[in-house]
Design a binder for this molecule. Structure first.
Ligand SMILES: [Cu+2]
Length: 247
């Protein structure tokens, strides 16, 4: 028994040393992603009509729910951009975490709308609504998933075997429900939130292509190259422009 405790303590200690050593040596790329707002005008957000399911509508009795397709701050900070290392890590492997990522269905909206996970990582899908949802991701590189979640089913688990940017997720019951999951072979990704800010930490020294992805086809993707040395911090900003509508 004592020996087991000792071995566990040594294992914990060596993990801590490895983790802190890793953090010191790793480089950081961080920045702000903005949407150009000509005349300071933000794109309008449509009201989501949830009347088809009174349970959903009842969750938003205080007011209308607005579309999150383009979620932008007054100063142009763009939310829900998936930022990730697109190339530069070839030949390196990174263990996937065993703890699950979490995707909630709450107020008949996916929370979060955009997320990143690792290939093979379990994703706990919650049903916080007490109504029927049907989680239906349509990946290109992994098996399709289509799971009904009746109101009594509070959670289920899904995963994607192979990497893909991005896997679209829909609910067949509520056509307004939409989310996107970036499935990665490595841990170097982030999703912008308040202020359009992102941070990718712990990168090995190297030269990387960083891609910023937005779900709107009128924004699309942008890439930049960055070179980092051990422990270096570099800032990298992106400004998206809204492309004209296709006729
Ligand atoms: Cu649903």
């Amino acid at each position: 028994m004592k020996r087991h405790v000792f071995v566990a303590a040594i294992a914990a200690l060596s993990f801590a040393c490895y983790a802190s050593g890793d953090a010191v040596a790793g480089a950081t790329v961080s920045g702000t992603i903005k949407l150009e707002l000509p005349g300071g005008k933000k794109p309008g957000r449509k009201k989501i009509q949830m009347a088809a399911d009174p349970v959903c509508a009842g969750k938003h009795a205080g007011g209308a729910t607005l579309s999150e397709v383009v979620l932008v701050d007054d100063d142009g900070g763009l939310h829900n951009v998936f930022v990730y290392v697109k190339s530069g890590l070839e030949g390196k492997t990174f263990d996937a975490p065993s703890e699950p990522a979490v995707l909630d269905q709450k107020g008949c909206i996916y929370k979060p709308r955009v997320m990143g996970v690792r290939a093979g990582q379990p994703i706990t899908v919650l049903n916080s609504d007490g109504t029927l949802h049907n989680i239906h991701p349509k990946p290109q590189n992994s098996a399709e998933i289509n799971k009904a979640m009746p109101k009594f089913m509070k959670k289920t688990t899904i995963s994607f075997a192979n990497s893909e940017v991005m896997v679209p997720v829909k609910c067949d019951v509520h056509p307004w429900m939409q989310s996107y999951i970036g499935v990665m072979e490595h841990p170097f990704f982030a999703v912008t939130g308040e202020g359009g800010k992102f941070e990718i930490k712990g990168l090995p020294a190297g030269t990387y292509t960083i891609e910023a992805w937005h779900e709107s086809k009128r924004l699309g993707t942008m890439t930049q190259e960055v070179t980092v040395a051990d422990g270096e911090s570099r800032s990298l900003d992106f400004t998206f422009k809204i492309k004209p509508r296709k006729k």
